[in-house]
Design a protein around this ligand. Structure first.
Ligand SMILES: [Zn+2]
Length: 107
């Protein structure tokens, strides 16, 4: 492989990566509800080095903070014997060995 071909392949590969990244940003922005997804996609394509990290740092942060408001509450189990908090999948208490099926469920 000559240097010219190698350079062309590298350029082409870079172009494909940038195009894919731009497409991914566009799709991601659209699904996450980020304002102006097409703008982010075009910006990533034109100014990949600047726009791509910018989108990851800033563009998605606003969305992440919004989705954090949805808190998933999982019911916790506590051993009736010693009161130790038990993981949902254990059969016996990790503290005293009592059967976890008798454990109380609290939210
Ligand atoms: Zn116990």
């Amino acid at each position: 492989m000559t240097l010219a071909v190698g350079g062309a392949v590298t350029t082409l590969l870079g172009f494909v990566i940038v195009a894919l990244a731009a497409y991914w940003v566009y799709r991601d922005a659209k699904t996450k509800g980020v304002s102006d997804p097409a703008g982010w996609g075009i910006l990533t394509f034109l100014l990949f080095i600047i726009a791509f990290p910018l989108y990851l740092l800033w563009g998605r942060k606003r969305v992440t903070s919004k989705s954090q408001s949805v808190v998933t509450t999982t019911a916790k189990r506590f051993c009736v014997e010693c009161g130790m908090e038990l993981p949902a999948d254990v059969r016996f208490c990790t503290g005293c060995g009592k059967e976890a099926s008798q454990a109380t469920e609290r939210i």
